[in-house]
Design a protein around this ligand. Structure first.
Ligand SMILES: C[S@@+](CC[C@H](N)C(=O)[O-])C[C@H]1O[C@@H](n2cnc3c(N)ncnc32)[C@H](O)[C@@H]1O
Length: 281
């Protein structure tokens, strides 16, 4: 299934007039955001770690020429960009193509090898389970999935070392824990929180004054990282007991959630939040 971009109208609205500006699309996916930025007259540098999107990216290069550049890397590589840019946009998580293709192993709805990698390198979920201790696995289930009794479940998983999605699913005795366990493993396999933290840490130095960073998140863990990072950037600097503080380097844009119409048309938008900031100094 082709990915339907989430909160795209809100993101475009937050970015304002982008004609002639340079936008980094950190999560190319099916290219819905990149295409909209290009159609609005922007130049786009796009990242994606999933080699399956390269054909779509190449088609966009053929269509838009040197206004579009694709970098097949994780987005923490934005630290290597050699120019300042006008906006950096993240539409986090996985795409419909990733979750809906059985062989990728992301979904407990299809039987497939327990893979869950967004890119072709690194450890699969099955290999990660094999490598971790019971305690480390329990920590991951608790931290990234909020799974209660994570220790008991981690022990059951380590005892069986599931190799397929259905083998894992069948070990999870509480049906309410199935989606959280799959989410937790996916986050760990792809180091999603580490990637986000590393990328956000270089955003201030990459943006021009007046530049914006906009993030669309899909669960509370990534939303918390974005919210806390933006709060730190928008807090005046200096000792709060002193009468004069240095102005904050960034200002918050209004946070947004999907409209009722978007929610009716795209169930993936359900948990989406958009947060943004503009660089002031
Ligand atoms: C929600 S989809 C983006 C959809 C896109 N905005 C569109 O309109 O089609 C997320 C994409 O980001 C990619 N991705 C997730 N984390 C990444 C990371 N750390 N580095 C690079 N790409 C990443 C995934 O491979 C996936 O293709």
């Amino acid at each position: 299934m082709k990915h339907i971009p989430v909160l795209l109208d809100r993101v475009l609205n937050a970015l304002g007039d982008i004609s002639g500006k340079t936008i980094v699309d950190c999560t190319f996916g099916a290219g819905g955001y990149s295409r909209a930025f290009l159609n609005a007259g922007a130049n786009v540098i796009a990242f994606d770690r999933d080699s399956n999107v390269v054909a779509d990216a190449n088609a966009m290069i053929a269509e838009f020429g040197d206004r579009f550049r694709f970098i097949p890397q994780t987005f923490s590589h934005i630290s290597e960009l050699e120019c300042n840019v006008d906006a950096i946009v993240f539409d986090l998580g996985i795409s419909s193509m990733q979750i809906d293709v059985a062989s990728r192993g992301f979904s407990f709805r299809f039987d497939a090898p327990l893979d869950m990698r967004m890119s072709a390198d690194g450890m699969t979920a099955a290999e990660l389970i094999d490598r971790l201790s019971v305690t480390e696995l329990a920590d991951i289930l608790y931290k990234y999935g909020d799974v209660k009794k994570s220790g008991i479940l981690a022990k059951a998983i380590k005892d069986k070392l599931p190799q397929t999605t259905f083998e894992l699913r069948d070990l999870i005795y509480n049906p309410n824990d199935i989606a959280p366990v799959f989410q937790a493993l996916r986050i760990a396999v792809n180091d999603e929180m580490g990637e986000l933290e590393r990328a956000l840490s270089v955003v201030p130095s990459l943006l021009h004054v007046g530049g914006k960073c906009v993030c669309v998140t899909f669960h509370s863990l990534e939303d918390r990282i974005v919210k806390n990072t933006f709060r730190a950037w928008t807090t005046p600097l200096g000792d709060p007991r002193m009468p004069v503080l240095q102005p904050a380097p960034f200002e918050l844009l209004r946070a947004q959630t999907p409209s009722d119409t978007e929610l009716e048309n795209n169930s993936r938008a359900r948990s989406a939040h958009m947060r943004g900031v503009i660089k002031r100094i």
